[in-house]
Write a protein that binds this ligand. Structure first.
Ligand code: C2E
Ligand code: MG
Ligand code: MG
Length: 436
């Protein structure tokens, strides 16, 4: 396997002396990769990198067995090693292979990545223990030109950012780390810095959007929604920073700030003419066993009954820890806290698992409710869904109602409550108190 050029310099190419190897594939390993990158950097020699991340290795291992998965990695490694002798090939983690090549034009880089991409459009014939398997392997391909200022961590951050970009698109493919993606990454860095600052200084603010009850003809509850302005006073939407906070392990700290602010507000305003206020949490948080004691302590501290608190979770975040989530939900229910299923209609809506969790309310997402604008079929679908939910003892909140016409039609479908700009926008505490 032409994997090591023995430390000699070939034109602008460099490979470190004393390379170490990955025992499974015979490729050079992670330590050698970063050593070689460092060498390019020190010498200020341009180079470029292609990450080949096998994205469905777990599924291959599950379906064919680990031995076949390992053989697939070997076959792919061999193919990459023979692709072009201008490149060094490394295996830096289980499913991560790297190509390191000398300076080249964007077109040359694209040609290399495209060759890899099209190979992965075809099957691999993997021979293992006397059997042959036909496997379609999936990859994320990230290409970048090394920035001499980048540290090892910067490089890994860029790779990981490229992978999240592809993951968000929900498919395999390739990303060229160009100016546009660099700007996106810089923007994410800025947002995360502002979020961390807001966590440390508790500068988040809470807004409350009243929810209208169709029978009682008044506001009966509200959803708490977090608000963030950066240090220059520019608004950053939760739709943007909450998913980033989830990805970077910050959501737990944010949720505790939110829970504390909301419980304090409710505790300070026992006269507030709202039965309940809901807080958005993720399924992972609800699966955390310490949640129960912490919420109990917070309620006691704020002299608040759990029956005024509701927790909204989305189906997306429940799937991973289903059993744990269910246990915690049941225990919190004993304290009077009830649960809303948020954003119903946006995911894959697994009705059987939904019906086995103790939700009080199902919130129909705006995208679902928008169907009423489109056709009579849409209206009928919402009516039937509402009927199904009522037969299973759920109440329904329709989200995102913006016009009188939508409010009228959605009421005719039988939903119980409505949340939307038509009735009220999310309001700061003082304005909520005035409105009520
Ligand atoms: P969500 O929980 O589904 O919240 C409802 C979103 O719909 C809010 O957006 C609200 O302002 C918006 N909305 C309400 N009525 C209308 C309407 O008539 N038209 C339109 N176009 N939008 C309407 P917001 O505040 O930007 O929050 C977006 C998402 O961010 C929330 O969706 C929730 O997933 C997340 N989020 C917000 N606050 C928190 C929080 O405190 N904790 C957590 N974990 N997530 C939060
Ligand atoms: Mg919500
Ligand atoms: Mg929602």
């Amino acid at each position: 396997m032409a994997t090591d050029k023995g430390g000699e310099q070939m034109g602008e190419q460099y490979t470190g002396i004393g390379a170490t190897y990955d025992s499974m594939t015979g490729l050079m390993d992670r330590m050698t990769f970063f050593g070689d990158v460092n060498e390019y950097r020190k010498r200020r020699v341009q180079c470029h990198i292609v990450l080949v991340q096998l994205s469905r290795l777990m599924q291959v291992n599950r379906k064919y067995g680990i031995a076949v998965g390992d053989q697939l990695i070997r076959d792919i490694s061999m193919w990459l090693a023979e692709l072009d002798e201008a490149y060094q090939v490394y295996r830096i983690a289980n499913s991560r292979l790297m190509l390191l090549g000398p300076a080249c034009s964007r077109q040359q880089a694209e040609a290399c990545v495209n060759r890899i991409h099209s190979r992965f459009g075809e099957n691999w014939q993997v021979a293992c223990e006397g059997q042959e398997h036909t496997i379609l392997a999936k990859t994320y391909l990230i290409h970048l030109f090394l920035d001499p200022e980048d540290t090892e961590n910067d490089l890994l951050d860029k790779m990981n950012f490229g992978i999240t970009v592809l993951e968000k698109k929900g498919r395999d493919g390739m990303v060229f780390f160009d100016e546009e993606i660099k700007r996106d990454m810089e923007h994410q860095k800025y947002v995360l810095e502002e979020v961390r600052y807001a966590i440390d200084h508790k500068t988040f603010r809470m807004y409350y959007q009243p929810i209208y009850d169709c029978k009682e003809e008044r506001f009966v509850s509200a959803e708490s929604l977090i608000r963030l302005w950066d240090r220059q006073g520019t608004f950053i939407s939760p739709g943007e920073f909450i998913p980033m906070a989830e990805e970077h392990g910050l959501i737990d700290q944010i949720s505790w700030i939110v829970l504390e602010k909301v419980c304090r507000f409710l505790g300070e305003h026992p006269e507030l003419a709202l039965q309940t206020v809901s807080v958005n949490l993720t399924g992972q948080q609800v699966s955390d066993v310490t949640l129960i004691d912490r919420i109990e302590a917070l309620l006691a501290d704020c002299q608040l009954s759990g029956s005024r608190l509701r927790i909204e979770i989305t189906e997306r975040t429940v799937a991973d820890d289903f059993e744990e989530v269910k246990k915690t939900m049941l225990r919190l229910q004993e304290k009077g806290i009830r649960f809303y299923l948020d954003d119903f209609g946006t995911g894959y809506s697994n009705l059987s698992s939904m019906f086995s969790l103790p939700f009080e309310v199902i919130k129909f997402d705006q995208s679902l409710v928008k169907m009423i604008d489109v056709s009579r079929n849409g209206r009928r679908t919402i009516s039937l869904l509402a009927q199904l939910m009522h037969e299973n003892d759920y109440r329904i909140v329709a989200e995102g109602i913006e016009t009188a016409q939508q409010a009228q039609t959605v009421r005719e479908t039988g939903v119980d409550r409505i949340q939307g700009f038509y009735y009220a926008k999310p309001l700061p505490e003082e304005e909520l108190l005035q409105l009520l």
